[in-house]
Design a protein around this ligand. Sequence first.
Ligand SMILES: [Zn+2]
Length: 202
Amino acid sequence: MSLDPIERLVLELGRLPGIGERSATRMAFHIIRQSQGRDSGSLARDLAAALLAVADEVGFCSQCRNLCRGERCKVCADASRDQGLLCVVESVVDLKAIEATKTYRGLYHVLHGALAPLDGIGPDELKIDALVTRVTERGYREVILATNADVEGDATALYLARLIKPLGVQVTRLASGIPSGGELEYLDHATLGRALTERREY
Ligand SMILES: [Zn+2]
């Protein structure tokens, strides 16, 4: 019943995005090689500890659904951020990409995905109700829709604009300059920063 430990490691590594069986096997043997004969400095033990820590300690920020330790993330806890500006992103990776441009000082809302009805991802999965409630209660002056410039990202932005505009909030979208089909996380800082600065009314 129980799997050989090496096979098990290859199997688990193969569940990671972009990792095929070959890469998983190579990684597994690297980890095993770096973990022989020593208790401290063992890659396997360090990895295991790091994985357990994220599983046990990291959760969603109660306000923006960013990942964090504790109740609120660093962005939400920072009173010096512009409290009237909300930027909606698909993922935490996108949030980090926008932070890296150093051109944005408002707050965020992380959807953890984009609308993709064929894959069973609808408004409920993205907890869009919570976003609309947040916008209604907080009275932001502007909501920036910073979803990806692909089919799902555009559909998500359109859907959100239809919900948020009637609340009397200005809704903007990142400027063009993002290549069509473009995913935010792969843009260089300058391009993403410009798309943010030159955002347009939706
Ligand atoms: Zn937060």
